[in-house]
Design a protein. Structure first.
Length: 407
């Protein structure tokens, strides 16, 4: 039974979610399976994270730690480790959360984002988000009764570079103009999926000033905080006046290559953490008991772990970006994340959706049309996202296939 069948006279899927009923991902994944294509669509690594961390999860399971409901805010070991992580990487910027009251463990960043929006929005509140956006944002805003207001990241051809023709940039005037009396919060994501953009210190400072001036909250998705290849990651919570109005969100999935574990966290003031927890407790209450112990150990890995992860991904990014450029794509630089965005117009194509639907048959590769992450669909039509969080030989194979495809 599908959403528009069943009880006569009324669709099963409600109005808030109707537009999210189907996504292109299911279709693309089915295509990938049917054609045996290399899947550079979805952003998950094809290699698991550190063996020691996996073993820590096994040990926790065997020792009976976390097999029953963990504490609502997360196990103390993990809350302490999250607080220590914030202090270790951002302490010099003034971030030093109290593990007792300023940390909340969630079922991945996804639940943290949804819980934050459910907690902080009244129906009709406007939420500004940078478009194209991560696919859960629009649905989460809708579930919370909010209205999304997209501000489009625009491709800028500046800065050339061997691997790319520019990056996607935020227009600060457009952002300022998007704020109204109904704006409640800015939902920020840096490093940004799908464009790979890393917001600069100046851009973050301007966003922070706007939040303070207009009395806005910020919910910030920083799951790629350790995957920055150019520039630097600066939590917006560290800017003047922002600590008390920012909900900072991250997760173990991308930092430790265990996306299936779904261990995420919120750091913020006691008041904001408590608000988010009010919603979170009725979504999952708790999750991932034994994995929480393992992630507590992962967060304490030495700097060399984080450096190696970044350098490995940088090499993967370079391999794929160069290959895509050689195959004739326009390639945007990806200063961060798992993803490189391409422009298919140099190939004589204009619809990313048609292109991606044909690509598996044509050359055995799956990619994602970024148009599906836009409200202003036309703005995203010619762009296609490829994930480079895959082994080098897989990427090399994909590049060979893409080069073989008729342009
Ligand atoms: C992967 C991803 C998430 C989801 O994180 P989980 O911890 O798996 O829920 C959230 N935001 C962005 C931008 C992502 O790329």
């Amino acid at each position: 039974m599908t959403a528009d069948q069943g009880v006569p006279g009324r669709p099963l899927l409600n109005r808030r979610l109707a537009e999210f009923g189907t996504t292109i991902f299911a279709e693309m994944s089915a295509l990938a399976v049917r054609t045996g294509a290399i899947n550079l669509g979805q952003g998950f690594p094809d290699t698991d994270g550190p063996e020691a961390v996996r073993e820590a999860a096994v040990r926790a399971l065997r020792d009976g730690r976390g097999n029953q409901y963990p504490p609502g805010p997360g196990i103390p070991e993990l809350r302490t480790a999250v607080a220590a992580h914030q202090r270790r990487w951002y302490g010099q910027l003034g971030l030093d959360p109290d593990p007792e009251t300023e940390v909340l463990v969630t079922a991945g960043a996804t639940e943290a984002i949804t819980a934050a929006l459910l907690a902080l929005l009244e129906p009709g509140d406007e939420v500004i988000a940078l478009e194209p956006y991560y696919d859960s944002y629009a649905a989460a805003i809708a579930m919370a009764g909010g209205t999304r207001v997209p501000v489009t990241l625009r491709p800028s051809p500046s800065e050339g570079g061997a691997q790319g023709e520019g990056t996607f940039r935020l227009d600060l005037d457009e952002l300022r103009d998007a704020v109204t009396d109904r704006t409640r919060l800015i939902l920020l994501n840096t490093p940004h999926n799908p464009t790979g953009t890393v917001l600069s210190r100046d851009e973050l400072a301007a966003i922070a000033e706007l939040c303070v001036e207009r009395g806005l909250l910020a919910v910030t998705d920083e799951v790629y905080e350790h995957l920055v290849y150019e520039g630097e990651h600066i939590p917006i919570a560290s800017f003047p006046g922002m600590r008390e109005r920012t909900v900072t969100i991250s997760s173990a999935g991308k930092a430790f290559s265990f996306t299936g574990w779904k261990v995420g966290w919120v750091t913020s003031t006691p008041e904001l953490v408590s608000a988010v927890r009010s919603a979170k407790q009725f979504l999952t209450y708790v999750s991932a008991g034994p994995f929480q112990y393992a992630v507590a150990e992962a967060l304490a890995l030495p700097d060399s772990y984080y450096t190696q992860l970044r350098e490995d991904l940088r090499a993967q990014r370079d391999l794929l970006s160069e290959g895509l450029a050689e195959a004739g794509f326009g390639v945007f630089r990806a200063p961060g994340t798992y993803f490189v965005t391409t422009d298919i117009r140099p190939l004589g194509e204009s619809s990313g959706i048609d292109f991606c639907l044909a690509l598996p048959e044509r050359c055995g590769v799956v990619a994602v049309p970024t148009q599906v992450f836009y409200d202003h669909e036309a703005a995203g039509a010619p762009f296609v996202r490829f994930a480079f969080c895959k082994q080098q030989d897989v990427l090399a194979d994909a590049v060979r296939r893409l080069k073989g495809a008729p342009g």
